[in-house]
Design a protein around this ligand. Structure first.
Ligand code: WTA
Length: 682
C-alpha cells in the first residue's frame, strides 16, 4: 500500500540538517515502523506507553474493537485495565521525573503587542492543583461534565487540566460561539458548572464574554436546566489578581467600560477562590476508557455532535503525533495558531505539546492585528522553530504579498504545518518559499475532531512532499478508498476515504447518542470508519484529500472536487480565495458555481471572468469550466475560518432558508452575496 521507495521526481525533500536530528530520518524508516505499527500494535504502542506513567498496567490486548455494524455494537477499547491520570503525565511527570520544572510551558502572547507572560511547568502544575481544589470545593466529582467558555489565556489550560486531574470531563466551547450555541452544548452534555471570563479583545473588537455566558445560562434556566455555578476569570476588569505567570498584566489591557453583571447565587470569582485553594492535589486515577473530554463538531443534520474521547488512547495518540509529525526536539519553540476551542487546540496546544515537555507559544490575538506582520513578529520574538496554522490564514496573508513577511527574519523556523482543509498548491508554494524561505518542510496534516490526532500526514524528514497532498497514513492508521458500492479501489483511484481499523486516538462515541455515532460513521460502509471526505490516490501512492464528499460534484457524469476547481482559480494572480459549490443543472446534472475573492486592488470585470474560466479549463479540463463566477469581496466563514459551503450552496440556488447559521462569523457577507448573485451563465 505504501510504496517501497519514495518518488524522486516532482517532490520536495527536506534539508539534510533536519534529517540529522530527526526521530524518523528516512522514508524507509517510516515504512518499516509503519508496518510494525499495523502488524504488531501491542509492541509498537507498548514501547511508546513505557514513557508514560501508569498506576496499574493494562491487561489483555492493546486495542480491542468492532468496526462492523453487521456484527454488533461498534466499540473501541485501548489498554483496558490500565489506570492513569493525564494531568499527572503532562505536569507531575515532567516536573518530577523529567526535571523540567523550570522549563517554560507557555509563552503567552496577548492580543496587544507587548502584553505577554511566561509560565513554567512547575507554575502550571501549581495552578492546576489549586484550581482542581477549587472545582472540588464546588462539588465537582469524577465523571461530572464542566463547560469551559474562555479566551486564549493560560487559565484556559489551567481549567481544562484541573478537570482532568480530578477526572471531570471538560466540554470546551469556542469563545466565538453564541450564547445559544453555548446553551445547547451545556444542556446536551448536562454540565454542572461553567468556567468563563469577563471579556477579551480580538483585534480591536471587545467581546463581552460574561454577558454571553449569562445569556446562555439564562437560556439554560428557561429550558429547565439550571447550571449551579459559574466561575469567572478577570481578564480585562480592573486589578486582576492572581494572574498566572511572572508578570502582572499591563494597565493597557484593563478595560474599565466592560460590563460585568454579577449574580451572587451563581457567580464565583476565579481569583478569590484560587487565593484560598491549596496547591496540593492528588490526581484521580482513571480507567483507560473513562471519558476525558467532549468536543462538539457540526453535524450534517444541523445539531452538533458531542465527540467523546477517552483517557489512555487519546494521550498516547496526541503525544506521538505531536512528537513525530512536528519532529519535536527539546529545544524547540512550537506555535500552533489554532484556538483551544477546536480539536487542533486540544491536541496540539494542550495535550500533545505538554505530554512531550514542549515549550509553546499561546497566542490570544489575530494574524492581522495590529498589522499583517504580527505572526512573523511573534515567530522572531520567541524564535519559533515549529509553526502550525491553517490554509485560510495563509491565503489571507498571501493577499498582502511577501513584504510583510520579509520584514522579519524567520531564521528559527524548521517545520511548517497546516490543518483544516485541503491546501491549494499555490498557497502551499507561498508558505514554502516565502514563509519558510524554501528551507522548511510542510506537514499537511489531515485529521478530524473525531480522529483525535493526525491520521494522514507527511513526517518532516521522511516523506518527500507534494504540494497539496497529505501524503501517507500515520502509524496505526489503515486508509482505503471505496467506490459508491463500497468496494476497495486499488492503485490510482478516487472515492470515499475510510479507515479499516482503529488507532488509539479515535473517538469512542457521540456523547449520549451511540446510535448517531454508528449511523454517522459506520453504517454507510459496514466494516469501515467513514471520514466523509473524498480522496484520490496518485500513481506514487500519495493520498490527496479532495474535500468533503458533500463538496463533490458530478458534472456530466464526471466526479469533480470543489477543491480542485478552487485551487485552479486561486492559482490566478488576481484571486485571493475561491469557493466552489454545486448548482443543479438540467442537462449536466450539476454545474459549478464559483465565488472568488480578488487580491487587494484588483477590479472585477468581464475580461477577468473570461480569463478565470480559461484558467480552470486549462488546469483541469473543459468539464470543469465554471458555469457561474461571482465576485465575492467576502466569503461566509465560521469563526474558526472555515468557508461555509452549505451557505454558499443556498446562495447559488437562491434559497433564502439558510438553516442554522449560528457559527457564521459575519452575516452581512451573506446579504451582499445574495444581492449580487449570478442569474445567468456566461
Ligand atoms: C478537513 C480539524 C484536507 C476535512 C482537524 C476533515 C482537511 C475536516 C485537512 C475536519 C487537511 C482537515 N487536508 N482537509 N490537511 N485537515 N481537513 O473536525 O474535510 O474541524 O473532515 O478537524 O476538515 O474538521 P475538524
Amino acid at each position: 500500500m505504501i510504496p517501497d521507495q519514495a518518488p524522486k521526481e516532482d517532490v520536495f525533500h527536506c534539508n539534510e540538517d533536519l534529517k540529522k536530528e530527526s526521530h524518523i530520518p528516512s522514508f524507509e524508516r517510516y515504512k518499516e515502523l509503519y508496518i510494525n505499527s499495523i502488524e504488531n500494535p501491542d509492541e509498537f504502542w507498548g514501547a511508546i506507553a513505557k514513557d508514560f506513567f501508569w498506576k496499574t498496567k493494562h491487561t489483555g490486548r492493546f486495542l480491542d474493537y468492532n468496526f462492523d455494524v453487521t456484527k454488533g455494537e461498534i466499540f473501541i477499547k485501548c489498554m483496558e485495565g490500565a489506570t492513569t491520570n493525564i494531568c499527572y503525565n503532562l505536569l507531575d511527570r515532567n516536573v518530577h521525573e523529567k526535571k523540567l520544572g523550570d522549563k517554560i510551558a507557555f509563552f503567552w502572547e496577548g492580543n496587544e503587542p507587548g502584553d505577554d507572560l511566561t509560565v513554567t511547568y512547575r507554575e502550571l502544575l501549581q495552578k492546576v492543583c489549586q484550581f482542581a481544589n477549587v472545582l472540588k470545593s464546588q462539588g465537582v466529582k469524577k465523571g461530572d461534565r464542566v463547560s469551559i467558555y474562555m479566551p486564549m489565556v493560560v487559565e484556559l489550560v489551567v481549567a481544562m487540566l484541573a478537570c482532568v486531574r480530578i477526572g471531570a470531563v471538560h466540554s470546551i466551547v469556542f469563545a466565538g460561539f453564541s450564547a445559544e450555541s453555548l446553551c445547547e452544548r451545556i444542556i446536551d452534555s448536562q454540565c454542572s458548572l461553567l468556567i468563563t471570563a469577563d471579556g477579551f479583545y480580538r483585534g480591536d473588537k471587545l467581546i463581552n464574554l460574561k454577558l454571553l455566558a449569562d445569556e446562555a445560562l439564562q437560556k439554560c434556566r428557561d429550558k429547565g436546566f439550571p447550571v449551579k455555578k459559574s466561575i469567572m476569570l478577570k481578564h480585562l476588569s480592573k486589578e486582576p489578581e492572581g494572574v498566572v505567570g511572572s508578570q502582572s498584566p499591563p494597565a493597557k489591557r484593563v478595560c474599565p467600560d466592560l460590563e460585568v453583571p454579577w449574580n451572587p447565587d451563581v457567580d464565583l470569582c476565579w481569583h478569590s477562590l484560587m487565593k484560598e485553594a491549596s496547591d496540593q492535589c492528588e490526581p484521580e486515577w482513571c480507567e483507560s476508557e473513562d471519558p476525558l473530554f467532549i468536543l462538539y463538531t457540526s453535524g450534517s443534520t444541523g445539531k452538533p455532535k458531542g465527540v467523546l474521547h477517552t483517557v489512555s488512547g487519546y494521550l498516547l495518540y496526541a503525544a506521538t503525533t505531536f512528537k513525530l509529525v512536528f519532529d519535536h526536539q527539546n529545544d524547540d519553540v512550537y506555535w500552533c495558531t489554532a484556538d483551544i476551542g477546536w480539536i487542533t487546540g486540544h491536541s496540539y496546544i494542550t495535550y500533545g505539546p505538554l505530554a512531550n515537555g514542549a515549550t509553546s507559544v499561546l497566542f490570544e490575538g489575530l494574524p492581522t492585528y495590529p498589522d499583517v506582520s504580527r505572526m512573523w513578529e511573534i515567530v522572531d520574538k520567541y524564535r519559533v522553530t515549529k509553526f502550525y496554522t491553517a490554509p485560510t490564514a495563509i491565503r489571507l496573508l498571501m493577499k498582502y504579498g511577501s513584504e510583510p513577511v520579509q520584514k522579519y527574519k524567520r531564521k528559527s523556523l524548521k517545520v511548517l504545518g497546516t490543518v483544516g482543509e485541503p491546501i491549494n498548491p499555490e498557497a502551499w508554494q507561498w508558505y514554502y518559499s516565502v514563509v519558510g524561505d524554501g528551507r522548511c518542510p510542510i506537514v499537511d496534516t489531515f485529521w478530524q475532531t473525531e480522529t483525535g490526532g493526525h491520521v494522514m500526514t507527511p513526517l518532516p524528514a521522511a516523506t518527500p512532499m507534494k504540494p497539496g497532498s497529505a501524503t501517507f497514513p500515520f502509524f496505526g492508521v489503515v486508509p482505503a478508498i471505496l467506490n459508491e458500492s463500497g468496494e476497495e479501489l486499488e492503485g490510482p483511484s478516487e472515492g470515499y476515504l475510510v479507515f479499516k481499523q482503529p488507532w488509539p486516538g479515535v473517538m469512542r462515541t457521540v456523547y449520549g447518542n451511540h446510535e448517531r455515532f454508528e449511523t454517522t460513521y459506520f453504517k454507510k460502509f459496514p466494516g469501515y470508519y467513514v471520514t466523509g471526505d473524498g480522496c484520490r490516490r496518485d500513481k506514487d501512492g500519495y493520498y490527496w484529500i479532495t474535500g468533503r464528499i458533500d463538496d463533490m460534484l458530478n458534472v456530466s457524469g464526471h466526479l469533480l472536487s470543489t477543491a480542485e476547481v478552487e485551487s485552479a482559480l486561486v492559482e490566478h494572480k488576481a484571486v485571493a480565495e475561491a469557493a466552489v459549490v454545486s448548482r443543479p443543472h438540467p442537462v449536466k446534472g450539476e454545474s459549478l458555481y464559483c465565488f472568488v475573492t480578488l487580491t487587494d486592488g484588483v477590479a472585477y470585470n468581464q475580461a477577468l471572468e473570461a480569463e478565470l474560466r480559461k484558467q480552470v479549463r486549462e488546469k483541469i479540463g473543459a468539464i470543469a469550466t465554471p458555469d457561474y463566477i461571482q465576485n465575492a469581496p467576502g466569503l461566509p466563514k465560521t469563526r474558526s475560518g472555515k468557508i461555509m459551503r452549505r451557505v454558499l450552496r443556498k446562495i447559488a440556488c437562491d434559497e433564502k432558508d439558510l438553516g442554522d447559521v449560528s457559527t457564521l462569523a459575519d452575516s452581512s457577507v451573506v446579504e451582499e452575496l445574495f444581492r449580487n448573485r449570478c442569474r445567468t451563465t456566461a
